[in-house]
Design a protein around this ligand. Sequence first.
Ligand SMILES: [Fe+2]
Length: 301
Amino acid sequence: MIVRSEQDLTDAVLSELAGASDSRFREIMTAAVRHLHAFVREANLTEAEFQQACAAIVALGKATTESHNEVVLAAGSLGISSLVCLLNNGEGGRRATTANLLGPFWRMGSPRTESGGSIVRSPTPGAPIFVTARVTDPQGAPVAGAEVDVWHASPEGLYENQDLRQAQMNLRGKFITDDDGAIRFCSVKPAGYPIPIDGPVGALLRAQGRHNMRPAHLHFLIFKPGYRTQYSQVYSSDDPHLDTDVQFGVTEALVARYVEHRDEPVPWGETAPVWHSLDCTFVVEPGVANLPRPPITAKAR
Ligand SMILES: [Fe+2]
């Protein structure tokens, strides 16, 4: 089509898309083109601003490596990741869900760890914690035999993939739920952490005067054939950034309280004058189990 005016353009692109053989591709791209064209019109985007937007997308790709995913960080900082999560879980957003963001740091191949075992794999000073996580179906029945990946940041707020001092797979482990649908593990209490701001996401946050902190949390990924794979995060109720999470991830269903224990027997057999326990429950929905594409594949060099 030879374009006569800007008004022709959207129809021209959409009519070409109409020929795509994959119906879902056609549906997604048609919506994307309609909204992108509407966005350009609504924002009165100048040529300089368009070039700036293209440069920002290029910068997201260039800042992404095998141990860092700037694109996922950007999606979280704009609330896109949470929107996708909430629309795809809890019956299309109609009821509360324990599903949450996958985040940029899940790694495939976490070490299989026995129930009650520790995921501290190299010296990591911090407050000892003992976590019990339960998996149920929507009726509350335990889901046994589910694989549960666990990962979290250190008490300094760094994941092992970001920190050369931590061993490979430190603070990561894979557990299998028992007949009660439970896994148990010990670790050290994670801290909240700043997301990196040396790339385009940093510029995005500075332009809004936003801080770059995530509240302290534990990550979980629950996989069992017959159930939709669930990613989740459990947030510490005592964190000062619960209300202003830079990734918009905190939901009411996922704020949990660490209970302090003093001079009480330690569940994992060592001694500790003070330790904290945390209990949480995840509700998985029947469906197709699919592991996500790992956002990163290696530890930083
Ligand atoms: Fe995280």
